[in-house]
Design a protein around this ligand. Structure first.
Ligand SMILES: [Zn+2]
Length: 613
């Protein structure tokens, strides 16, 4: 990573605000010195994700993830380290020297950026066609017919692809874009079947070998949270198949993670503390056009856990608004287990049978729609309602069927209180005792979830020796204590290897650099230790300066005593063995060692001695 010197990285870090960076993804509230929010890296319902602007670090006390702004971007946005650095450099106006990368590195790191650029060039071309060109007339007519306003068209950068074979191919050539890369994005295709291997670098196929993927379609660019275009959706305008053509998955487009309209909707979702989830492009555009800007849409895929987790960063009130037909009902029901597992309140807006949000709103039913949104039905009620319609609630067989399906779903609720609540609700609906439901399952859902192992990865591991933990904590928060620790040479007496590793790294850093600040220090740790270190740095110790020294002293002493006690125990054992075997020759040195330990212990307990040395 030759072009990124340590100084450059430091400069970018210093200019960045981790608060701003994280706020793009997580709604944060101030608590004391820290900001708190729901962790984007694991499912939780009470915030344990902390950001400290002063120290420029984040840490999740639930799952243990932690680090600086770069780490955050790498984890949340799938950036490589150089990409994260570039992203922040761009955002905070730090000029980076032009890079000199090996061809392999160039391919890896530059390609993502180039792919975004190609999508942008294509989007500009499509948008220009739709808004400026004579060729775009048909697209404009279609837009008018669908009732999409100029404002929405501009905001969502809608575009049009003429019904011919090489409009985009020629435009890309003019812009000197690599056609092979445009192919990777699914914008164009080669005419003859050519394998990847036949398109080696330097080999050029001319314009006549390629054709446009999108022809005669209205185009919806799909943005990620950084306002970069990751792909396109295309709705055919005349007749033709498929009705909707979407960009394929690529290294920059992961369908299960992207929600259409989210970059525009996220602010409103956080403000309103509620987000509406629709299914289609036009549903989304119409919802936004009618002022319901806290709306997003899934794109030809069912809602995924990743979608729900993404939305949870802004609000926990998720409302689906799907078509009021059997397919829409199925989509609503499919979303229920996700909502239950992610512990969010999932509701659904029920439209008159046969309607979809787009059509319903455009018929002038905004008031009606808003009322329905206000009275959105908890999806679990929707589910129970359906069960009692499908099966005969009066017959025993019917009850058993309902109970089976119901209990299977209830088992997915991680939270015991909610689970019991819904079990009770289902029992009431069926007019049976709750125990009946548990019996049907064969075991209580409580047991089922217990064995599943709840809690984050750090819960089981957090059994650090207290004094050692406190000492590392002090080192991370107040590096000025490190010289005292070095003088006492106490780190080699640590019991816990992880803490020892962290402490030694901090000591090492301090020796090399004189002083350090935390984000700088973090950069020197492996990924698996970053979370630990940020945790130590964020836990408030609430210690006064005077206390700090006393506590440090106390820790050193306890660590030392513990070590001596352990050694003494082992020594005692050996002395006993040797004594029993009457090997006087070996007894002498052992007794001498014991004496030495006693001396060390004595010394360790002399507080005055500690301070003066
Ligand atoms: Zn977490």
């Amino acid at each position: 990573m030759g072009f990124l010197s340590e100084e450059k990285v430091s400069e970018i870090r210093d200019r960045s605000s981790i608060l701003e960076v994280v706020s793009d993804y997580v709604t944060l509230k101030k608590t004391g010195k820290n900001y708190k929010g729901l962790c984007p890296f694991h499912a939780e319902k009470t915030p344990s994700f902390m950001v400290n602007e002063e120290k420029q670090i984040f840490h999740c006390f639930g799952c243990g993830e932690g680090g600086d702004a770069f780490t955050f971007l790498m984890k949340v946005g799938h950036f490589s380290f150089p990409q994260a650095v570039e992203e922040l450099a761009k955002r905070y106006g730090v000029k980076l020297p032009s890079r000199e990368l090996s061809p392999a590195q160039k391919k890896d790191t530059a390609q993502r950026e180039v792919l975004f650029q190609i999508n942008q060039i294509a989007s500009d071309y499509f948008h220009d066609l739709l808004t400026q060109r004579r060729e775009g007339e048909e697209g404009r007519k279609y837009i008018t017919q669908r009732g999409i306003s100029r404002e929405i068209l501009t905001e969502h950068r809608l575009g049009y692809s003429a019904d011919r074979w090489n409009g985009l191919v020629h435009h890309l050539l003019e812009k000197k874009v690599s056609l092979e890369l445009a192919w990777k994005l699914g914008l164009i295709f080669p005419k003859s079947k050519v394998g990847d291997s036949t398109l080696r670098e330097g080999q050029k196929l001319d314009a006549s070998s390629w054709y446009d993927a999108f022809r005669g379609r209205l185009l919806f660019p799909i943005f990620d949270l950084h306002q970069r275009i990751v792909g396109f959706g295309g709705r055919v305008i005349r007749e033709g198949h498929p009705k909707y053509l979407n960009s394929p998955e690529s290294s920059i487009y992961h369908k299960g993670e992207i929600l259409y309209g989210l970059p525009m909707a996220k602010r409103y979702a956080a403000e309103k503390d509620c987000v509406m989830i629709a299914e289609g492009y036009f549903d989304l555009l119409t919802l936004h056009q009618y002022g319901l800007k806290h709306s997003v849409a899934t794109l030809g895929t069912a809602l995924t856990p990743q979608h729900v987790r993404t939305l949870k960063r802004y609000t926990r009130n998720l409302i689906t608004v799907f078509d009021a037909d059997p397919a829409g009902d199925q989509a609503t029901l499919r979303s229920l287990p996700l909502f239950l597992e992610e512990e969010v309140a999932g509701k659904t807006i029920i439209l008159p049978r046969g309607e979809d949000p787009d059509g319903f709103l455009r018929q002038g039913n905004l008031g009606d729609f808003e009322k329905r949104a206000e009275h959105a039905v908890p999806i679990i009620d929707f589910f129970f309602e359906r069960l009692t319609k499908v099966h005969d609630v009066k017959s025993v067989d019917g009850k058993v069927e309902i109970a089976k399906e119901g209990v299977a779903l209830l088992g997915k609720i991680p939270d015991k209180i909610r689970r019991d609540f819904y079990t009770k609700a289902l029992a009431e609906r069926l007019d049976v005792k709750e125990s009946f439901l548990y019996e049907i399952l064969g075991s209580s859902p409580r047991e089922a979830s217990k064995s599943r192992g709840e809690g984050g990865k750090s819960s089981g591991e957090r059994t650090f020796p207290k004094s050692e933990e406190m000492m590392v904590h002090l080192m991370a928060q107040h590096p000025e204590v490190i010289p005292i620790i070095s003088r006492e040479d106490v780190l080699k007496e640590f019991e816990n290897p992880i803490l020892q590793k962290i402490a030694e790294a901090l000591e090492d850093l301090y020796e090399k650099k004189g002083r350090f600040n935390l984000p700088q220090a973090l950069a020197h740790f492996d990924e698996d230790l970053k979370g630990r270190v940020s945790e130590f740095a964020l836990q408030e110790d609430g210690l006064e300066e005077g206390d700090r020294e006393k506590i440090l002293e106390d820790c050193i002493q306890k660590i030392r005593e513990k070590r001596i006690k352990k050694e003494k125990g082992e020594l005692q054992k050996r002395i006993k063995e040797v004594d029993q075997q009457q090997e006087d020759k070996r007894l002498g040195p052992l007794l001498k060692q014991k004496l030495e330990l006693a001396r060390q212990r004595e010394k360790g307990l002399q507080k005055d001695g500690f301070r003066k040395r």
